[in-house]
Design a protein around this ligand. Structure first.
Ligand code: 5GP
Length: 204
């Protein structure tokens, strides 16, 4: 059985990364694809764990080799998802989360039409501003740019299949778990996962 692709998109400062981390801790057979980016690592970020950090020339070489399932420019940097890494995981039957921006999400949906698209929204604009400022890792200029970018990003929510509001962290997390679980319970998924059980039920 091949894995399922879940795309999770949110404006910067919505708490998406913390939600995805907890989701992975609490869900079996689920992983997140590690993207390539040309942005510099933030304090505490490790190459190969949070991102594959590469320079622009290396990224452009990968574009030329068609190595990306999708890529986009976000806040002056390139971000992209490795085609091979994702298809290797899906072939192994692992469900994969792509934590990517809306431009990448729409590119992926064109190639994987049954990918499940989830948009996470903040509870208010004020909450978003507070969270962006509270991170304390970026300059004011970067924060203002991100706020403007966040609005552009959030306007794309209506192109997604599911909308989760991250007001209460545990509720948002439970919402994400529910979405994943419901997709594991569809007739298609169950017919494959429980083929032997179902065959046994109807054997003469
Ligand atoms: P950050 O620099 O804060 O880690 O990420 C900035 C934005 O880039 C976020 O919206 C994040 O989801 C998005 N992003 C991260 N990886 C990828 C990727 O591989 N492809 C695309 N299209 N966006 C990505």
């Amino acid at each position: 059985m091949t894995g399922k692709l879940f795309i999770i998109t949110a404006a910067s400062g919505t708490g998406k990364t913390s939600l995805v981390k907890q989701l992975l801790d609490r869900t079996d057979n689920l992983t997140v694809s590690i993207s390539h980016t040309t942005r510099s690592p933030r304090p505490g970020e490790t190459d190969g764990v949070h991102y594959h950090f590469v320079d622009k020339a290396a990224f452009e070489t990968l574009i030329g080799e068609s190595a990306f399932l999708e890529y986009a420019q976000v806040f002056d940097n390139y971000y992209g998802t490795s085609q091979k890494a994702v298809s290797d995981l899906l072939t192994k039957g692992v469900d994969v989360i792509l934590e990517i921006d809306w431009q990448g999400a729409l590119q992926v949906k064109q190639k994987f039409t049954d990918a499940v698209m989830i948009f996470i929204l903040p509870p208010s604009r004020d909450a978003l501003r507070t969270r962006l400022s509270g991170r304390g890792q970026d300059s004011q200029e970067v924060i203002e740019k991100r706020l403007a970018g966040s609005l552009t990003e959030m306007r794309q929510y209506d192109k997604f299949d599911y909308v989760v509001i991250n007001d209460d962290f545990e509720i948002a997390l439970a919402d994400l778990q529910t979405i994943i679980k419901s997709h594991r319970l569809t007739l298609n998924a169950q017919s494959v996962r429980n083929a032997a059980l179902i065959a046994g039920l109807f054997a003469d």
